[in-house]
Design a protein around this ligand. Structure first.
Ligand SMILES: Nc1nc2c(ncn2[C@@H]2O[C@H](COP(=O)(O)OP(=O)(O)O)[C@@H](O)[C@H]2O)c(=O)[nH]1
Ligand SMILES: [Mg+2]
Length: 458
């Protein structure tokens, strides 16, 4: 997967690398080429458009770190944005693609078109949950559409030593579902996996069947199984299922045969649902959890450049802190500054220990505690801010309802989260204004000197 896209992007960066400093024209040319590369990789048009816009915004606003070249900087920006588009680390809370944080039996329902790989995937997931996580798994086929579909699952189950629900000829999907849940409860299964029937295309009959089964099953996970090789079609299917079937995640299959990778890049952005697993072959063990970071690395093939820039970024923490201090003194504090602070907090390993270093910060501390700040939340907040345009970051007053909705879908968050972040920002901005009034001496008198970022570091 991604071979062609990798090559194309490699060429773009090679050309950039010859320059000493990036001009606006360089960035424009690179973005044009990245756009073509993404389109050739079959990435959906709106996703390409947003991608290019976001990267251009970041590239133009970005100061080049000491000790890296501008081109390396662009590689890093493209990498980070790829990770974001692919869903960041939202999949890491899952175990083999499944969120196991629910009472047993956890119901997992697989939906998708005929031939997308549902039955194979059901067995693959069952095999991993049993082998790696010691889960007691029950498989059940609701596929009464295709002859022998139920036998297919039973055979796979026998191969991996996982029980499948005994077949009752003539039984309808909803009745099979009831019997599966009953068996799951009475026989103490941890996870039951429902393998549903597909159709050749998304149609009303399929959606009604899925809805009827969902109503009875109340699945904890509804995973769409989609064939990566069908590219844009897979994205359209995902969109339809996302709107009608309440999917919680996506399994991309036949990734082994997909050299373009466009589906992977578009899915998360268009549906807002995470890709949780990738099927990489016909064998029962040919399935992998989806790691956005790793996939982005594979697409770019420039891990060394990315880590180089990351190292360089660490060394500018101090510079950032000093700049922020200067802004605070002038009583100016925008969302770029908040993002810089969030980054620092994350690098320093979370809020926990750090807050204790700050005297006289009771109000903020309480808010942060209430907001239950942890690393994942901070990352989401960073994602929100980086989905904003430069103007919006400078001037948060621009953020009306429709902009907030756009940012929510761009960052895979919700409008409520954005509202919370802006409230937090407003509180901080208010404090900086007060600090300005107090002046440096007043700050010291109020024991607030520690609030200045220079004071965060020891
Ligand atoms: N190469 C490859 N083949 C797969 C993958 N997943 C499923 N298949 C094959 O796709 C075909 C259809 O799979 P099946 O599970 O029956 O699809 P269903 O109709 O959605 O249940 C079978 O021949 C599978 O072996 C995959 O990740 N890679
Ligand atoms: Mg099947």
């Amino acid at each position: 997967m991604f071979d062609n896209l990798s090559d194309r992007l490699g060429d773009v960066f090679d050309r950039l690398r010859r320059h000493g400093a990036l001009t606006e024209a360089d960035v424009a040319t690179a973005m044009r080429e990245i756009r073509v590369a993404l389109l050739e990789a079959d990435v959906a048009l709106p996703v390409v458009r947003d991608f290019v816009t976001a990267v251009r915004e970041k590239a133009l606003g970005q100061e080049v770190l000491r000790s890296v070249t501008p081109a390396q900087m662009v590689v890093k920006i493209v990498h980070d944005h790829l990770v974001e588009v692919l869903g960041g680390d939202e999949g890491t809370a899952r175990v083999n693609g499944i969120d196991l944080n629910a009472p047993s039996p956890i119901v997992v329902m697989l939906v998708g078109l005929q031939g997308s790989g549902k039955t194979t995937t059901a067995a693959k997931i069952a095999n991993r949950l049993k082998g790696q996580n010691r889960k007691k798994v029950l498989l059940a086929s609701l596929d009464v559409q295709r002859p022998a579909a139920q036998e297919q699952l039973a055979i796979l189950g026998r191969q991996i030593g996982v029980v499948s629900l005994p077949i009752a000829p003539g039984e309808r999907p909803v009745a099979i579902t009831r019997r599966t849940l009953q068996t799951g409860r009475t026989e103490g299964y941890d996870v039951v996996i429902l393998d549903t029937a597909g159709r050749l295309h998304v149609n009303e009959e399929l959606m009604l069947e899925v809805a009827a089964v969902r109503e009875v099953a109340v699945p904890h996970e509804t995973l769409l199984v989609a064939d990566a090789m069908t590219g844009q079609d897979a994205v359209n299917v995902a969109k339809a299922f996302g709107e009608r079937a309440g999917i919680t995640g996506i399994v991309l299959t036949r990734v082994d045969g997909d050299s373009r990778g466009g589906a992977a890049l578009s899915m998360r952005a268009i549906t807002g649902k995470p890709i949780v697993l990738m099927g990489v072959g016909e064998r029962i063990d040919a399935i992998e959890p989806f790691h956005a970071e790793r996939i982005a690395g594979r697409i770019l093939g420039m891990g060394d450049v990315v880590s180089l820039v990351e190292k360089a970024a660490e060394t500018v923490d101090q510079e950032e802190a000093e700049k922020l201090a200067a802004k605070l003194e002038k009583g100016r504090f925008d969302l770029d500054d908040l993002a810089a602070q969030l980054r620092q907090i994350r690098r320093m390993g979370g809020m926990g220990g750090m807050l204790n270093l700050l005297p006289g910060i009771g109000k903020i501390k309480k808010q942060l505690d209430e907001a239950n700040i942890d690393e994942r939340i901070i990352k989401r907040q960073e994602a929100i801010i980086s989905s904003m345009t430069k103007d919006e970051r400078r001037n948060p007053k621009l953020l009306n309802g429709s902009r907030r909705r756009r940012i929510a879908s761009g960052s895979g968050t919700s409008v409520q989260e954005i509202n919370r972040l802006l409230k937090q920002y407003q509180d901080m901005a208010d404090i900086t204004k007060k600090m300005k009034k107090l002046g440096p001496k007043g700050l010291a008198r109020h024991g607030l000197a520690g609030l200045l970022p220079g004071g965060l570091r020891h």
